[in-house]
Design a protein around this ligand. Structure first.
Ligand SMILES: [Zn+2]
Length: 711
């Protein structure tokens, strides 16, 4: 499906980004910290080493004076992934339990995620001085407040990050076990306490942490405004270059990024080019930048990339506000064949347009339904979304997750009953084609033969004489534009891990090309049949025998006709602005056409077409009253029948029936009904107006309403 392709490319681009993120621990705040640290580092390096102790090591940019340190930092960063920190406060481990070197990185990670405030969650009721649930308005009043979906408890974000636990001698619910007394709002103010309270102390630490400018340590550092300006300019250029690369989905790094390298990778080359072109850029980058403030280190690149990702998702969430949305999920394994779950949301934006946006990728250990659901919930939670606002779900029914989809579907519907599952129509159509092509013996034999032809023609062009090569190349190119799998070579292993079940539209192209290039194809195969290489020769001869048969031509024409109808439907379904009611009508229309095709006069026309094609290309047309003799397949597997019966009933009707049956079974389910409901609902106001205007009775109104719903 076209739209899926677009999404897939998005996902791929983001998968790369995500991989880059794994070695980093960056946040937007970190950027601010750079701002503070890098600037001052230039004038007086010695001072910094002293003051640096209390600040985070990892946030520092590359220190070129000793490469080892930088490398050490990178491996340290790689130990754990800040992106995988549990967002739910009930699942977190105390900051103190992280190693001393990691604590600040973890804090920064949590600050970037922000307090866990799932405002749209359906908070459960509990017996707390009468039936009560968590009051959402508390989030507005106390920005430090967090809610754990896991435990149904409230926590303090600031105290979790910075409070000195030794101060809570008696224990504080907001820090330890969680607070659940929804009937006692005064406790929240009590937790904040006086100006010297532990919470306020933690808050001060928090403020200093996110604004190091305010910390006493940094005020000691002297630096010139000029350096600051230059630093900002450098950072801006780095961000600009990275944004360009991200938008184009290009890689940032090169194999050899040293100064002597002839190709330093996209990022550095782009920045170099920019410097060569513009005086302003040259003045502050490359040779003219201090060696410890180049703004090109890998860690800085990943930081900036992360910031871009965060800013982008922030905008998406702002656009969505607290509104309803649907989720679209698909598995996408990365180059290491690791299962990843890519999640997109679909919603109506502020301007009333239906929008689909990529939200992120989560790594999943396995593809069981509960793991998938947890992954989806946690990813949504990171963006302060919950399933309670989910009004639809869509998955790729042909994927590796196929078996688990039903489980996942039910699990999500348990939580949000209105999250209807709707299978993509274009996808479903593809599946009908797959079913037909794989279940019908004649179709399987036909496609096997097509694959063989492609292989024979494909191999010859690598090995043989120039003349034939050119001719074969022409055929091959024409055939391969349809991109049918050839079943040979490494290409299939790499590019097509799974058989292209979802790309069956391309088979239509292949068949139509075979028919269009039939004489050339025969000529090329004929030449290969006289070849010196024995294996080639035999294969080509076998292929030639098959394609010169009436069976092959008959089947090619039949599939071309059937796939022709479905191809039209497929194209119509893939249109971005396709109306769902219209789509259902199109499906019905395709069914109707196929039904018509079954009729006798259609069969006669079809047979006439095939016969005239055979006559034109001098292929022997069997006598319809004679007995059937199979070509290229053993006789003993066929019941002795007349040609007319074989071609009309066993091939023509059975393939059409199978396609019809598949269409009926796959498109006649709850999703169709749901769409009828929707349409009935849409037109309901007009129905009322009609009845009011015509003065029809109330009973009639109700009757018609019921009728629309039962449709
Ligand atoms: Zn607190």
């Amino acid at each position: 499906m076209k739209r899926n392709n677009n999404l897939a490319s998005l996902w791929n681009a983001h998968a790369q980004k995500q991989k880059a993120q794994k070695v980093s621990s960056s946040t937007p705040n970190q950027l601010i910290i750079h701002d503070q640290q890098v600037g001052p580092e230039i004038p007086c390096e010695e001072e910094i080493h002293e003051t640096q102790e209390m600040e985070d090591q990892e946030a520092r940019p590359e220190n070129p004076s000793d490469e080892e340190i930088h490398e050490e930092q990178e491996t340290e960063e790689g130990i754990y992934d800040v992106d995988r920190l549990p967002h739910d406060p009930g699942k977190r481990i105390p900051i103190i339990q992280y190693s001393a070197n990691e604590q600040d990185a973890v804090r920064r990670g949590y600050i970037a995620k922000g307090p866990c405030q799932p405002r749209t969650y359906n908070f459960p009721q509990r017996q707390i001085g009468g039936k009560r649930r968590f009051p959402v308005r508390w989030f507005d009043k106390y920005d430090w407040l967090e809610y754990s979906v896991e435990k149904d408890d409230a926590f303090c974000f600031v105290c979790y990050l910075f409070a000195d636990t030794a101060n809570y001698v008696g224990g504080d619910a907001f820090v330890n076990s969680g607070f659940r007394k929804w009937n006692q709002p005064a406790k929240l103010d009590l937790h904040v306490g006086s100006i010297t309270s532990t919470h306020n102390e933690a808050l001060e630490k928090f403020t200093n942490f996110i604004r190091p400018r305010a910390s006493i340590a940094s005020t000691y550092i002297k630096h010139t405004t000029e350096e600051k300006v230059k630093y900002k300019a450098r950072l801006t250029y780095s961000i600009g270059c990275l944004r360009f690369l991200l938008r184009q989905g290009l890689s940032c790094r090169g194999h050899d990024e040293s100064d002597t390298s002839s190709n330093m990778g996209n990022f550095k080359e782009l920045q170099k080019w920019l410097g060569e072109m513009f005086e302003d850029v040259r003045k502050v980058t490359g040779q003219n930048a201090p060696k410890n403030c180049q703004m090109t280190a890998h860690s800085i690149q990943t930081d900036i990339i992360n910031c871009c990702a965060k800013e982008t998702s922030k905008l998406i969430i702002e656009d969505l506000r607290d509104d309803y949305f649907s989720i679209l999920a698909d598995e996408s394994s990365d180059v290491y064949q690791k299962e990843q779950l890519a999640l997109c949301i679909r919603y109506v934006d502020k301007k009333g347009r239906v929008t689909e946006r990529f939200l992120g990728i989560v790594h999943v250990q396995d593809t069981t339904s509960s793991t998938l659901k947890d992954a989806i919930v946690s990813l949504l939670m990171e963006h302060k979304l919950t399933l309670s606002k989910c009004r639809g779900q869509g998955y790729d029914g042909a994927s590796n997750m196929k078996g688990e989809i039903n489980g996942l579907k039910t699990k999500i519907m348990d939580e949000s009953p209105s999250a209807y599952y709707i299978h993509c129509f274009a996808h479903q159509l593809q599946l009908t084609l797959v079913a037909v092509a794989k279940q019908n013996d004649d179709c399987v034999a036909f496609f096997d033969c097509v694959t063989n032809i492609l292989n024979v023609v494909g191999i010859s062009c690598r090995k043989h004489h120039m003349l034939r090569e050119a001719q074969a190349q022409e055929v091959l190119e024409a055939l391969e534009q349809g991109e049918i799998e050839t079943g040979q070579g490494l290409n299939q292993e790499m590019g097509l891990g799974r058989p292209g079940d979802t790309r069956w539209g391309t088979h239509y192209k292949t068949i139509s090309r075979i028919i269009a290039m039939y004489p050339t194809l025969r000529k090329v195969l004929g030449k290969i049949s006289k070849d010196k290489s024995q294996s080639e020769r035999i294969k080509a001869q076998n292929c030639l025998t098959v394609i010169e048969s009436f069976d092959f031509i008959f089947m090619a024409h039949l599939l071309l006709t059937i796939f022709g109808y479905t191809d039209e439907l497929c194209k119509a379904l893939q249109k971005r602005d396709q109306d769902i009611i219209n789509a259902i009508e199109l499906v019905e229309m395709t069914k109707f056409h196929l039904q018509v095709l079954r009729e006798d006069n259609e069969w006669e026309t079809f047979l006439k077409d095939v016969t005239s094609f055979c006559v034109k290309h001098r292929v022997k047309v069997p006598d319809m009253d004679g007995f059937y003799v199979p070509v290229g397949r053993p006789k003993r597997y066929f019941v002795k029948v007349k040609n007319l019966h074989r071609f009309h009933v066993e091939m023509f009707l059975s393939v059409i029936d199978m396609q019809l049956q598949e269409l009926n079974s796959r498109f006649d389910n709850i999703s169709c009904l749901l769409f009828y409901y929707c349409s009935a609902f849409l037109f309901f106001p007009f129905v009322i107006i009609y009845f009011l205007l015509t003065g029809a009775g109330l009973m009639k109104l109700i009757q018609s309403f019921l009728f629309a719903w039962l449709l």
